[in-house]
Ligand binder design. Structure first.
Ligand SMILES: [Zn+2]
Length: 349
């Protein structure tokens, strides 16, 4: 029979997958805001570049026009990212509130004996969202940096196009296709890391609220398709509540925290109150960590497909790829199209 801590581990891993999915949904919404701004950007560039885009012209008037154009782009993205920041903050508040409650429910579900389980106050949880620090930066600073980075990317693409003597249409195309690519990726990375950060922080707020029944928390890197040295070093380790390196340790990390429930004896419950089976399930031992490769092998085909996508799941089951092949060095996921280019032989049949 699975112990309480093994049950909790299963629940937490499934739930973290759900959070990763939620992060993708939030990212899609935020990317839509960026996408919607592209019409305005194209209009702006088309109108202004018609007077500017002559390679070799270094007149003062032209320099002014370029400066004004970039100022307008800055104004546009100031508004765009302000909306992005507002929506992201609202989404993170939801994540924090859900996480606080979900963690309490998970303890209720897994623990077979009658103990009081507390949910952190909503104000404490939403503060975790608004006050969250992602990769060492506050949300406001992160959003400002994304905005500034986008303006820089547009400016660079515009100047590169002008120097190359491109037509206005080609310059605009270059901005949309190449210039804005990095800002889109940066936003995605920030959103995903922020969701993991806030979910982990909210989970830890829940552990603190339930410290009486927990002996600690465990760092678990199971969900990393490719575990980095940093996360691998902590994988499976237990720390006291309020201590230890709280995940995510780096951008795009999928490491999570799992609470470790005290043993029946450590909880100081009257020995006669519950069956031997119940008492034995509460052994206070941490569940042993499993890597994603072995964990996913034990899951249903439907779940494997939900996590990897149908085609990738099949390629992985057929032994054409390891999970680590699906991830780049920066821990972003490689698309099916790219995989096809990288290893065409795996797709031939
Ligand atoms: Zn890592």
């Amino acid at each position: 029979m699975a112990t309480v801590n093994e049950k909790l581990t299963d629940l937490q891993v499934s739930h973290a997958l759900h959070n990763l999915k939620a992060a993708n949904g939030i990212d899609r919404d935020l990317q839509r805001i960026l996408k919607n701004a592209e019409d305005d950007l194209v209009g702006l560039l088309g109108k202004r570049l018609a007077k500017i885009a002559v390679s070799g012209d270094t007149s003062k008037r032209r320099t002014e026009r370029l400066t004004n154009l970039i100022a307008e782009v800055r104004g546009l993205y100031g508004k765009v990212y302000s909306q992005t920041g507002t929506e992201l903050t609202a989404a993170l508040k939801e994540i924090a509130l859900n996480e606080g409650e979900w963690q309490a429910d998970a303890l209720r579900t897994a623990i077979p004996v009658n103990v009081t389980i507390t949910t952190p106050a909503p104000a404490v949880l939403t503060q975790l969202a608004t006050g969250s620090v992602v990769n060492g930066l506050s949300l406001a600073t992160s959003i400002d940096a994304l905005s500034a980075g986008t303006v820089m990317a547009v400016e660079r693409a515009v100047n590169t196009g002008i120097i190359a003597g491109q037509s206005v249409d080609d310059i605009v195309r270059g901005v949309l296709n190449n210039g804005l690519d990095l800002p889109r990726k940066k936003l995605r990375q920030m959103t995903r890391t922020a969701v993991m950060q806030v979910a982990n922080d909210a989970a830890h707020a829940n552990y603190a609220a339930n410290e009486r029944i927990l002996k600690g928390w465990q760092f678990v890197a199971t969900l990393d398709l490719r575990t980095c040295a940093m996360c691998a070093a902590y994988d499976g380790q237990m720390f006291k509540i309020g201590e230890g390196p709280r995940p995510p340790l780096h951008p795009n990390s999928r490491s999570i925290s799992i609470p470790v429930v005290k043993s029946y004896d450590e909880l100081g419950i009257d020995r006669a109150e519950y069956s031997n089976k119940v008492r034995a399930s509460m052994d206070g031992q941490i569940a042993s960590p499993r890597n994603m490769e072995s964990w996913l092998k034990g899951q249903s085909v439907a779940r494997q497909e939900a996590i990897l996508g149908k085609t990738k799941a099949k390629l992985w089951r057929d032994g054409k790829f390891r999970l680590s092949d699906f991830v780049r060095d920066d821990r972003t996921i490689i698309s099916l199209d790219e995989l096809r280019k990288l290893k065409p032989a795996a797709f031939a049949d």
